[in-house]
Design a protein around this ligand. Structure first.
Ligand SMILES: *Cc1c(COP(=O)(O)O)cnc(C)c1O
Length: 235
């Protein structure tokens, strides 16, 4: 078995275990393989081992790799998720090349993505990035602004609002890791009570996947535990 497929199976086992411990169905926690900085060959290896959803942070890198992956493995249908910060001048490419965007945090970007989503594609699946712990990254809408942004995004014809996403500041302690995930879940529950039909909580990475699943993650975004440590990591 290759290194990547071995890692992939270990991650799927950890997800299943964490789900069971949280009395949840393992099938309700989807694995997004974060392939930023890794090659098209690595992605194909994961795809041949059964992985279908891939997350990328940099639009140019992603578009190039996606074309190469299509050449190498035209038989495998993959799903592409954009999980990096979004500059306005990148929205056209993102709207054309991705199935999901997890990092919508302002109305202007949402409007551009909706306007630029090509007509032959289904609406773009969108999560709102929430700045839950007010530290680490400065990206994300403040919790107080989530409702207004959700209203704006759900009015856009070419976007489909699916849920919320967060990247909490790193913590070693599992108790400290839980708090921001609980807060994101509260935001999510509140929006659902207001009538938004959300089904996605994108939270949890290699180092904090278990507490995220315990608090209700429906997508975990895992890079290092599948592909290995990145050697130039600037995110
Ligand atoms: C890089 C990245 C991940 C994956 O992080 P790992 O610690 O390698 O699992 C998840 N989400 C986002 C937004 C990222 O940028």
């Amino acid at each position: 078995m290759s290194r990547i497929s071995g890692n992939l199976q270990a991650v799927l086992r950890s997800i299943a275990l964490a789900a069971h411990q949280a009395r949840r169905e393992p099938a309700d926690v989807a694995l997004l393989a974060v392939s930023k900085t890794w090659s098209a060959e690595d992605i194909v290896e994961a795809a041949r081992a059964g992985q279908r959803a891939f997350g990328e942070n940099y639009e140019q890198e992603a578009v190039q790799k996606k074309e190469e992956v299509c050449r190498l493995a035209p038989d495998i249908p993959l799903e592409w998720h954009f999980i990096g910060p979004i500059q306005s001048n990148k929205t056209r490419a993102i709207a054309a090349h991705f199935d999901w965007v997890h990092t919508v945090d302002r109305e202007k970007i949402a409007r551009r993505l909706s306007e630029q989503r090509p007509a032959h594609l289904p609406p773009l699946n969108v999560c709102l990035q929430v700045n839950i712990s007010h530290q680490g990254t400065k990206n994300g809408v403040a919790p107080e602004g989530v409702l207004a942004l959700a209203n704006a995004v759900s009015a856009l014809p070419r976007l489909r609002l699916r849920g919320l996403m967060a990247i909490p500041a790193p913590e070693d302690d599992e108790e400290k890791q839980r708090a921001p995930f609980q807060q994101l879940k509260q935001c999510y529950t509140l929006l659902r009570e207001k009538g938004f039909r959300l089904d996605t909580l994108s939270m949890g990475m290699s180092a904090d996947m278990v507490p995220a699943i315990r608090e209700g993650a429906t997508i975990v975004r895992i890079g290092t535990a599948i592909f290995g440590a990145r050697n130039h990591d600037d995110t």
